[in-house]
Each structure stands twice: as C-alpha cells, then as structure tokens.
Ligand binder design. Structure first.
Ligand code: SAM
Length: 240
C-alpha cells in the first residue's frame, strides 16, 4: 500500500460509498500525480481514517477502509514561539513528521512577529502535506497564534515541559524516561531571544517543568525537533 499516493479529503465529501472530489483534488490527482481513471489512491480524512479508493471521473469509489497505526499513543502539543521570517514553516513540517497532535504558535514576550491570517492557512497546508507524506492518520491541529500566557491557561495537558537553554535543569530525556505513557504532553519552546523570567515563572506556576535539551544552545527551529525526537522515541519504545 506504501506506493499509493495519499490525499487528504473532508469526511463530508463521502456519500454512498463515493468521494466527491473537489476541483483542486481532481487537478492534483489527474494533472500533478498523473493518475488515470481506475487508478487507486488512498484518501485520508486527517482524523484517523484512511480508505483505498479508485478514481472514476470526478468522483472516487471507496474500495475499502484501511487500518493505519502510525499515530503515537500520547497526544503531544508543541507550543513554539514564532521565529523570524518563514522559519515557522519548518517547525510545522518537522513536528508534523515527528507525530505532534497540535501546534500552538506563540506570541511570547520577545516575539517580534504578528502573523497574518494567510500564515495560519499556509501552516495548515504544510501540515497536511507533511501528514500525507509521513503516512500519518491524523493531521495536526494548528491553533491561531496567541500569547504564551493564554495558551498556558487553555492547555489540558497532564504533563508539561518548558525547554530552557540556560540554568541547571534536568534533561528532558531523563524526565520522560521516568513517566508511564501519559494522555497528553505539552512542550514549550521559546523564541530566538529566549523566554523572559516572567514567562518562566508563569509557566512553572502553571505546572510546567523546566527541562534541558543538552549543553548546546539550539536554534528555535532545531529545539522542537530535538525535544519531539526524545519524546516520540521514548513513547514508541515503551509501547513496542
Ligand atoms: N537566546 C537564548 C539564550 O541565549 O539562552 C537562546 C534561545 S534558543 C535560540 C530558542 C529556544 O530553544 C529556547 O528558548 C529554548 O526553549 C529552546 N532551547 C534551545 N536550546 C536549548 C537547550 N539546550 N535546552 C533547552 N531548551 C533549549
């Protein structure tokens, strides 16, 4: 099944065993992927369901549902301060590949950027493409950019970690090794200029444990990859 192309659809497109394809989806399947009538592909609703489907004109016939088991046992929310320029595109792409469930772009005290609505739509597109590419069953939710304090106040995560490059904090790997598989983890990554003292204090007061990712200072784009790699490797080795 791995060689088949995957596209994301909305479950509302399915009726009577058929997927009504939108014009952009038809363009993508016929023109970009060069599929032809009667070719098979995989449709995914981004919420855990995959189907084997066959192209027939402007619709696709569902052949059968498929089992996918590529999601992590724990929901992970990445709270990441917006870096300069388009660097958040990479954060979205890499963290989707690594299995994150939700991405919260943060306006931290030292964030300079105030992103437009188009940015959010762009990140959603990038996340969808990365989920298709990585054979994810679910497409991560990307929240609207919000202040770190608001995101903290709204999180339901049972296990919360604040990555801090300075200070003598325990390594995330040692902390994660000690817990059994939790329902939901939140990981917070600061901006290029780092967290302010006030943000660190606020996060700690709301249940975040400051953690280290090692002795070297990682870029705001590298730190989420390092943190998520540690967490996902640990979760998957516990389950497998
Ligand atoms: N200007 C900050 C400094 O000099 O300490 C560095 C900020 S770093 C570029 C951006 C963010 O990545 C940090 O706020 C932190 O969340 C995370 N980070 C980078 N390196 C880290 C490390 N070794 N341990 C924990 N977190 C780290």
């Amino acid at each position: 099944m791995a060689q088949l192309q995957r596209i994301a659809i909305a479950s509302s497109q399915i009726q009577n065993g058929q997927i009504a394809l939108t014009s952009p989806q038809q363009h993508y399947l016929y023109r970009v992927l060069r599929l032809q009538a009667r070719d098979n592909f995989i449709a995914m609703d981004g919420m855990g369901q995959w189907w084997l489907a066959q192209l027939t004109g402007t619709v696709a016939a569902i052949i059968q549902p498929l089992n996918v088991a590529t999601e992590l046992p724990t929901a992970i929310t990445l709270m990441a301060a917006l870096p300069k320029g388009n660097a958040f595109d990479e954060v979205v792409r890499f963290s989707t590949e690594l299995g994150v469930t939700c991405i919260a772009p943060l306006l931290s005290d030292r964030t300079l950027l105030k992103p437009s609505l188009q940015k959010l739509q762009r990140w959603q597109r990038i996340s969808q493409e990365a989920a298709e590419q990585s054979e994810r069953a679910c497409i991560p939710t990307i929240l609207e950019p919000a202040t770190f304090r608001n995101v903290i106040l709204n999180t339901t995560a049972t296990h919360r970690y604040l990555c801090e490059s300075r200070g003598n904090y325990p390594h995330l790997k040692n902390i994660i090794n000690e817990i059994s598989v939790p329902d939901e983890i939140a990981i917070a990554i600061g901006p290029e200029g780092g967290w302010t003292e006030a943000e660190i204090e606020f996060a700690i007061a709301h249940g975040f444990q400051p953690v280290s990712l090692g002795k070297r200072i990682l870029r705001a784009v590298t730190a989420p990859i390092a943190a998520l790699s540690i967490v996902t490797a640990t979760l998957e080795s516990v389950v497998n």
